[in-house]
Ligand binder design. Sequence first.
Ligand SMILES: CC(C)(COP(=O)(O)OP(=O)(O)OC[C@H]1O[C@@H](n2cnc3c(N)ncnc32)[C@H](O)[C@@H]1OP(=O)(O)O)[C@@H](O)C(=O)NCCC(=O)NCCS
Length: 163
Amino acid sequence: VPPKVRPASHGDLDELTELWLAIGRHHEPLDPSFRLRVDAAGEARRLLGAWLRDPDAAAFVCGPTGVDGICPARIDGICLVRIDRAPPIQQETARAEISDVGVRPEQRRRGIGSALVAEALGWVTARGVARVEVRVAHGNPEGQAFWRALGFGDFMDVLHRRT
Ligand SMILES: CC(C)(COP(=O)(O)OP(=O)(O)OC[C@H]1O[C@@H](n2cnc3c(N)ncnc32)[C@H](O)[C@@H]1OP(=O)(O)O)[C@@H](O)C(=O)NCCC(=O)NCCS
């Protein structure tokens, strides 16, 4: 059965927040800059609520639709994407960024992540945007393998140092 991907709605906010924080926790051991605050959940929920209202942003989830909009049963994966616009200096003035993708550990390697990204790419191309970026941590081998399997290649290196 192909994964059922749909746009997230307000009723998904609790699970969306839970899965988003799980992606954050996945990154925490990789670098201190990824450490979450103990009270991150409230702010994350607020931010995701704003994301759902932003016409230049979209969130997709994998899972069933709730009855009468009362969501949901369980969501197995999420993907967040948004369009960034630049002043008309370079020829390209819009690009998309997939800022987050995450699948519950027990549901991985079943095509859910790919299906979520395919939906996000469809949303991007429907808006006439021709290029999408992702930032993937060097210490995240499954993330690296995933994006490269989907045809994403090296573009910029983000370097950092502690002051
Ligand atoms: C990265 C992630 C979203 C992938 O989700 P998924 O549903 O397992 O991905 P898919 O099943 O669609 O995998 C597609 C392809 O990506 C590659 N891939 C995915 N996970 C991989 C892994 N752990 N090791 C090597 N290759 C991997 C494979 O080529 C895979 O195809 P295959 O299963 O036929 O070999 C998931 O591992 C995850 O949630 N990780 C934690 C959060 C995270 O790191 N997100 C990315 C941040 S940039």
